[in-house]
Write a protein that binds this ligand. Structure first.
Ligand SMILES: N[C@H](CCC[C@H](N)C(=O)O)C(=O)O
Length: 282
């Protein structure tokens, strides 16, 4: 089998992108894990594949797989790279690109400066839809840790979905946060039945935060688009932030805007870069 792919990234969150319209790869969790390996494979945080649309208003279907082989409902940095990919490959000439995802329709808008603005849809805060096990909806959930971490036996998180589940933790200094230890403990916590992405947010001012994200199925990444959206929504709904908000991640900055109404869409703007083209022969 010969498979052509493009290696891309959004602020260092990196992807193997495949045209699944003109190719029909067999994607198994084992193969994705092999390809994701940064020593024995291609190396990436997520694999993205372009497929034909499944609803009348969409131009494409956008599927996302984590490095551990799990298929997920949303990927913000990947959405920007998806838009760049379908334009560069001549799969469309449209600059407004509605796409189907496992979590519903989102719209990608390629701007003249090469950035991409994605309408990520409205955030979801109802626990059962995140999904998160809780007696009632809140912005501050107390979660018991299975074993003490950094002297803590519990942690307070906000929980919400951007089409994929996120836990947001306030920290005073992201550089000193126990991202790997606490991130991996919460990623697999029993109260998140589909696991969860874990964001560590420190507030710089009402329009600026710093953020590190331990991603479900990938570990800490240099950037997480849906994580940036979730952190800003959490900060705005808790009265700590105002829109728009600049999110400074290890790989670079995103701009996130949200009007604050529960049904208002979250808009994410940032770059998308192509690194190289590759061919797999198996
Ligand atoms: N790890 C995520 C998917 C990728 C999200 C991230 N790379 C982004 O840019 O939003 C999950 O399991 O829901």
């Amino acid at each position: 089998m010969t498979l052509h792919f493009t290696k891309m990234h959004g602020l260092g969150n990196d992807f193997m992108v495949i045209d699944g319209i003109h190719q029909s790869p067999v994607l198994t969790p084992e193969r994705i894990r092999q390809w994701a390996d940064r020593h024995f494979g291609i190396g990436f945080d997520q694999l993205l594949i372009v497929e034909p649309p499944t609803t009348p208003n969409a131009l494409f279907t956008y599927r996302i797989f984590n490095a551990d082989g799990s298929e997920v409902g949303q990927c913000g940095n990947g959405a920007r790279c998806f838009a760049r990919f379908v334009l560069d490959k001549g799969l469309t000439t449209e600059r407004d690109i509605p796409v189907d995802t496992k979590s519903g329709l989102i719209t990608l808008h390629v701007t003249d400066d090469g950035n991409v603005t994605v309408d990520m849809g409205a955030p979801i805060t109802e626990p059962s839809r995140i999904p998160f096990i809780a007696d009632e909806a809140s912005t501050a959930y107390r979660i018991a840790l299975p074993t003490p971490i950094a002297g803590q036996t519990e942690v307070i998180v906000d929980a919400l979905s951007m089409g994929n589940p996120h836990a947001v933790i306030d920290v005073t200094d992201v550089d000193r946060a126990p991202v790997d230890l606490l991130g991996s403990a919460i990623e697999r916590h029993a109260r998140f039945p589909e696991r969860v992405n874990v964001g560590f947010m420190s507030i710089v001012d009402r329009h600026t935060i710093r953020l590190r994200v331990f991603e479900r199925g990938a570990g800490e990444t240099l950037a997480c688009g849906t994580g940036a959206c979730a952190a800003v929504v959490s900060g705005i709904r808790r009265g700590l932030l105002d829109s728009p908000c600049q999110v400074d991640l290890p790989g670079g900055s995103l701009s996130i805007a949200w009007a604050g109404a529960t049904d208002a869409p979250v808009l994410m703007t940032g770059p998308a870069q192509t690194v190289f083209e590759g061919t797999l022969t198996e």
